[in-house]
Design a protein around this ligand. Sequence first.
Ligand code: RAM
Length: 947
Amino acid sequence: MAASAELAPAPVHLTCEHHVDPLGIGDMRPRLSWQLPVTHRGVRQVAYELLVASSRELLDRDEGDLWSPGRVAGEDNVLVAYDGLALVSRQRCHWKVRAWDERDVRSGWSEPAWWEMGLLGSGDWKARWIGIPRPPLERDDFRPGPLLRREFSVDGEVACARLYASGLGLYRASLNGGTFDSGADRPFAPGWTDYDHRVQFQTYDVTSALHVGANALGVALGEGWYAGHVGNADARGYWGSELKALVQLEIEYADGRRQLVCSDESWHGALGPLVVSDLMTGEEYDARAERPEWDCAGEASDDWEPVRVLDPPRGRLVAQRGRPTRRLRELAPVARTAPLPFFFVYDFGQCIGGRVRLKLEGPAGTEIMIRHGERLNADGTVYTGNLMWAFATDRYILKGDGVEVWEPSFTIHSFRYIEVWGHPLTDPPDDTVTAVAIGSDLDPAGTFRCSNEQLNKLHEAIVWTYRSNSVEVPTDNPNRPERLGWLGDAAAFAPTALLIAHAAPLYTKWLDDVRDGISSRGEYPNFAPTVSWPERSDSDADGLKTPGAGAEAAALDAGDPPGAPGWGDAGVLIPWLVYEATGDPRLLADHYDAMARWADLIADENPDLIRRNMVGNDYGDWLSFPQADGEGRSPLLKSAYSTSPRPVLATAWFFRVADILARAANVLGRAADAQRFATLAAAIGEAYRRELLDDEGRIEGGTQTTYAQALSFGLVEGELRERVGDRLEDAVHLAGDRISTGIQGTGHLLPMLAATGRVELAYTLLLNDDVPSWLWMLRNDATTIWERWDGVQADGSLQDIAMNSFNQPTLGSVGAWLYEGIAGIARDPEGPGYRRFVVHPRPGGGLTSAAASHASPHGEIRSAWELDGDRFALEIDVPAGTTATVRLPAGQQDDVREGATAAEAADGVRLLERGEREAAYEVRAGTYRFTVVGGTALRGEDTHDSR
Ligand code: RAM
């Protein structure tokens, strides 16, 4: 290597398909990303060179035998698609990259990175699906989980071993007494998909778990989504009830020999200690029935029977996409009470999605029961009413040989508190219970802090709500029988999720689920994976599927036609939001046809462009807060309201859908479509303004949501926009300066108040702590966001148990405003993936400081401001290759500096405009310290000037 000419530091943070050094990639043209360190102001890449090699040795010799495109001019550094030799199953690809900066100075090579392909074709699988017969599934009882095992011998030095595995419902694969345990790493493998369409498999590196001599591979199976309770009907076995596993262990010896250990008829099976496993009701484990030989070589009792080879599932086997669900962190209890003898209540101080690990000692046969819940009753016991029949109860029966440690394998609960029944001691030691939070392993991407502690707690609560609701899919809640990937909820919360985490992998995988759920006509589902009980019950082949009768919630599900406005539309919105956040056009390309079909279908069904037809259950602004008793009551569920007229919301969404399609078509270079959808969007906008809006800016219904949505979706411009802003303010005052929006309006309200010059009013709503408000939740001990503004009502009583989750993301959609509004880090449509962004902090609400960061695809963006009398200081970090527009609260006379220099003269800074109350600059990569002295724009009053 010619080191002498290399001056610039090498690219960092190399990822493949959003992962660092991933195993088991299923994409034939995986995308590679890297970042440039910020060495000086204005640093940006003007060219790069990539090498992809089939071995580390070749890579170290700078030989890219798989792909070496040479020097490529341009700034691309995010999701650059591999375009070399065709990749084959199991292939390990080593890569590195170097870059030239804007001075044409070349960097050194990056540290090497790699990815490995999974099994790409069905021909790669020699393993068969296996299982053992179990007693038939009866309505009210549950069947023990099977254990499967196979011994094999290893007769030489192992160079590399991979385990490819799948299972239905959920599997846990273990080698040699847990030397490798897939459950520790991926508790809910193979993940949740519509198993009739796709079944995921996982790839594990098990090289270090093998030893020369006799080895054993075991697989434990649980019911999971496949065979246990799923959705809101009290029924099981939606996809099937026969549990089965598919495993293929591939061993490569140092001398080049290969050995396969595959699930087939040579395996044995037996029922194990898992008495019951269910995601909703909980898990029961009888340690006395353990079979230690399950995953250990040696003597096995003679009641192991040969397994049966079973039919493969209907769905296609695919490599896992997205991030696995993992055990994210552990929490020790913060308090314990004992309302009764041998009955303890623990408080973990934080509501989480997860479960509890038990550690205790006691006589064999002692039964411990743990009940989980989100709140306490007045008598100090755990409140479980809102869980309905998701009993969230785990049981453990001791085997009685010393200290026993147990954590359930295949269940998850939403809880802050637990009741522990049956502990043999009167004063159990502190480490008896540990809470384990579980969720999709998405890298954190956001931080937020400000001078108001309540807002910091609110942010923390939003983050925990997102964590507990990112489990394979973005869920509505982790508590009651529901826990579904509702599209409307995702639409509301995605802007926040994409700021606080690298959520793109979650959405990328889930959009496959969404696509699997599209009806033959082209309607998007309301939730995905789609679970539609009544349709399925007569096609039942191997189990009992009994949707519970009577429950309103089940009725909701049962009669649920697809494609409700704001729900189905998320099929169009989410790929676009991910594109805006990451600059990923492939996701748009993959989903474009379905998106376009949906837009055309709505247009066909609604020729006058006011969307009244094909609206399914039309949930409206679900759970908005009524001004008067009974207002907007839902015909579906008496306690669920939508105070906004449904056609108004639906038509606004129709506009948004057409508008996104026009933009997406543009990105994808489909000029004719772009034109067609732009014309459609314009026509819908006209119809909306003509039919639903008057000259005073009054929108039919006159709710906060209708106004905020029209402003946010871009349905009104110029003068009319001003008026609609005025009407929005009226609607807020009419509600006594309280928020009254539901699922659809909440995320738009504060941004649109701020965008129309009403920052203080936005803060008033944010800082209010009476019902309805976010801080009301915190006042009532919330550590995660509630489903309803009045989950705890003004008189202290709880809302309708049928729908009162205390861990629900939708109202947390205000989270985006903490970043984009208060700290002011916002995307700029001109530069998707934060290639361009805006820093527009909004001091107000008595705050004296705020700071937020977002780990963008190019590196960390940071905005931190402080207000001290008439002095406003802002420090920002702008990643390499990006450009930011900075908007400062500065009156015309105020002194604006960057460092010690007049801002407009500072290095890397360009003055864009200097208005009455604002100064705007363009800045390139680097760290900048702006100060504004004078404070004429900092008086903390609203101006209503539209921006
Ligand atoms: C509720 C869900 C969700 C909502 C649907 C319509 O039960 O929790 O939030 O989208 O119904």
